[in-house]
Design a protein around this ligand. Structure first.
Ligand SMILES: [Zn+2]
Length: 340
């Protein structure tokens, strides 16, 4: 298997620029999980032996999608390890209909395919709805668990849970809307979307629909959220951790000598900013910060597999979504102290 670098092939460059007439948008198709080259089918089914045969990529010679036969546990492990092939499999190939080499037959051990004939975009939307529900449930669980331990009546608890659900949903919506908006702007600026060429050799561009952006974010953030949920149930950070924090010198942004040489007003401002950062860090939940950072980095990696963007563009897209969620959270906490 001459597995090449996991990068999509370059666009065909010869001759095409002579014809300025726009070509029709290409239809979605599965793609190679090694090189992202589009493929007509991931695997072929046969009647005689109830077996399936994996397709081979015409571009790089590797199996188009070895994960089509993989158990769910392997997919989860690949997701945790952030392997590019699992994102391409989940986003583009899962549930795609096989090439039927004989009479229609459900192959033994085949992956749980979507109902035959279900279009690609409908499959993506179905996955998006399921993952949104799971992520929201995990997020609400993480936020509600501390509330349940606090003293209070049943009515108070119900009200707090309801407010938490609304707050978490609004933050998720803001994050995904902002991420998608900036991602589409970047893709439009690069001429990648919506004007995909019919002969594109990048399977991601061929099958791209905007719903894939929130979907890949959900795939990458669900695991850190579940980790946080598990930690919040079984792990209580020691109470002394905040007292043991290093004070200003270790966290100082600028050396004291530099601050002393600045104008007094500016130095005061810098000192105040440092103090507020230290105070925020001291009061923060380290588990929360850690899992959010993990989620953010994973999201950047997932988007990098899906989109043809440069690393700084991908990072900007992820941070933009975060800032939107943070702003909504701040706004909600001002509006209603129970929210956000
Ligand atoms: Zn390939």
């Amino acid at each position: 298997m001459g597995a090449q670098a996991a990068h999509p092939p370059q666009e065909a460059s010869s001759g095409d620029k002579l014809s300025p007439t726009p070509t029709p948008a290409p239809s979605p198709s599965p793609l190679c999980t090694t090189c992202a080259h589009p493929a007509p089918h991931v695997y072929t089914t046969y009647t005689s032996k109830s077996n399936i045969r994996l397709g081979v990529c015409t571009n790089c010679g590797a199996f188009i999608d070895p994960l089509i036969e993989a158990p769910a546990l392997l997919l989860v492990l690949d997701l945790v390890l952030l392997k590019p092939r699992v994102f391409l499999h989940l986003l583009f190939n899962r549930g795609s209909p096989p090439l039927d080499a004989g009479v229609t037959l459900v192959p033994f051990g085949a992956p749980p395919a979507a109902p035959p004939g279900q279009p690609y975009r409908a499959r993506v939307r179905h996955d998006l709805a399921a993952l949104t529900a799971a992520t929201l449930a995990a997020d609400v669980g993480v936020r509600v668990l501390p509330l349940l331990q606090a003293p209070g009546g049943f009515a108070d608890t119900v009200e707090a849970v309801a407010l938490t659900v609304v707050g978490a949903a609004l933050e998720l919506l803001a994050q995904h809307a902002a991420t998608l908006a900036l991602a589409l702007v970047v893709l439009y600026a690069r001429g990648w979307y919506p004007a995909a060429r019919a002969d594109t050799r990048d399977g991601r561009q061929r099958s791209f629909v905007p719903e894939l952006v929130p979907l890949v974010l959900l795939y990458t953030t669900l695991f850190p959220l579940l980790l946080q949920l598990a930690l919040s149930i079984w792990y209580a950070p020691p109470a002394s951790i905040h007292e043991a924090l290093p004070t200003t010198p270790a966290l100082a942004v600028l050396p004291e000598r530099v601050v002393a040489s600045l104008p007094p007003a500016l130095a005061e401002g810098i000192n105040a900013a440092q103090d507020s950062v230290v105070a925020a860090w001291s009061g923060a939940n380290r588990v929360w910060v850690g899992t959010r950072l993990l989620g953010g980095m994973s999201a950047g990696f997932g988007l990098r597999v899906l989109l043809p963007t440069r690393p700084w563009e991908t990072t900007s897209i992820v941070i933009f979504g975060w800032v939107a969620a943070l702003l909504v959270s701040q706004w909600l906490s001002v509006l209603e102290p129970g929210l956000g």
